[in-house]
Design a protein around this ligand. Structure first.
Ligand SMILES: [Zn+2]
Ligand SMILES: [Zn+2]
Length: 366
């Protein structure tokens, strides 16, 4: 539709809207795209004034060329333009896993140019308007197609100037025909423009990033110190554990020596390594605990015999992996001891885990 209804006709180098000229061919206008004669349609209440090519041809530039030239003419006339807004977030990650964020915003403001150039060739692409202000330049592109122009954007971004785009392709014929709304769309509407490249925005982003980077380095230094402390503490914990382990190993070796010493002092008697025999020994150490050690004892997880409460290792067997669990026996246990031993699995487990005892329990006193 935009391609067939043409909003501006050209006559003697000037642009006219269809309602500003005579109807039909009498308008004396040509197409701003192809320079072929136009037919003005401005009669009748239902018709939105527009032009058409007098003879149908394959020109599709009438709409775009006319609107673009009219927009650039407005900018040239006023030398004023609403700049686009800018909103970006700068993010910097710290070594400690924090994300520092700061938003950079430019409000849309009106800029006034000292001078303005129309349709300037810049390294093979066209700046529709170039505004000059002291030594700065602002390149303006008037967008009249819904297509994205990535390649052209990349070229414009490579230039050392700020550049912006004003999108006018969505304007209706009525909006274009109305000088007030057209002027608003071209010069002042913050919603239809954006930065292709904003030198000021880039500077602000760089400053913000620098600030966040220096904050991040402070935090990183702090984090590094804390990390060193954490590592030192971890190392200390490990060496304490190692020391503890070494002590335990020494104590265990000393215990082994004492066990062998005790064994050598015991009279040589053949051991009864049957399950009932072991049951008798376990029961014997339990009674001994009640009578001689105040009910307190350490039960070996391998042989289940009770050692006196001062022992950290089993007095009787040579299991490398057994533990000694401290326990307190109830005095009335003596009454039910035989029964307990008969239905307990401990004697059997004991014979399995420690078939041969190093030291025989001293239960003859019981
Ligand atoms: Zn044309
Ligand atoms: Zn044991």
């Amino acid at each position: 539709m935009h391609e067939t209804k043409i909003p501006f006709g050209e006559r003697d180098g000037a642009l006219f809207r269809a309602h500003e000229v005579e109807n039909g061919l009498r308008c004396g206008c040509v197409c701003p795209g192809c320079q072929q004669p136009l037919n003005a349609a401005n009669n009748g209440e239902k018709v939105i004034p527009h032009f058409r090519h007098a003879k149908s041809n394959d020109c599709f530039d009438g709409f775009r060329e006319g609107v673009r030239r009219a927009a650039v003419a407005l900018i040239a006339l006023h030398k004023q333009l609403m700049l686009p807004a800018l909103s970006e977030t700068v993010r910097v990650a710290t070594q400690g896993g924090r994300l520092l964020e700061e938003k950079v915003e430019l409000r849309p403001v009106i800029t006034t140019a000292d001078t303005m150039e129309r349709f300037v060739e810049l390294d093979g692409l066209r700046g529709h308007a170039v505004l000059h202000q002291s030594n700065r330049q602002l390149i303006v592109r008037i967008k009249l197609s819904a297509r994205m122009e990535h390649e052209r954007y990349r070229q414009i971004e490579a230039l050392e100037h700020s550049s912006m785009e004003i999108a006018l392709h969505h304007l209706t014929l009525e909006q274009i025909n109305d000088p007030v709304s057209f002027e608003h769309a071209v010069l002042h509407d913050p919603a239809n423009r954006n930065w292709i490249r904003s030198i000021r925005g880039e500077r602000l982003l760089a400053i913000t990033e620098q600030r966040l980077q220096s904050l991040a380095s402070e935090l990183n230094a702090q984090w590094h110190l804390e990390q060193l402390k954490r590592e030192a503490a971890e190392k200390a914990r490990h060496s304490a554990l190692d020391e503890e382990k070494a002590k335990l190993q020494l104590a265990f070796e000393a215990h082994r020596v004492r066990q062998l010493q005790m064994a050598s002092e015991q009279p040589t008697i053949e051991q009864d390594n049957t399950v009932p025999g072991r049951a008798e020994l376990i029961a014997g150490t339990m009674l001994k605990a009640l009578q001689a050690w105040g009910g307190k004892a350490g039960e070996c997880t391998a042989c289940h015999l009770l050692s006196p409460p001062v022992y950290r290792f089993c007095l009787y067997c040579d299991s490398q992996t057994s533990k000694v669990n401290q326990l307190v026996l109830s005095p009335d246990i003596a009454l039910t001891l035989d029964k307990r031993m008969r239905c307990s699995a401990k004697p059997e487990m004991s014979v399995k885990a420690a078939p041969q005892l190093v030291v025989r329990p001293d239960i003859e006193l019981v």
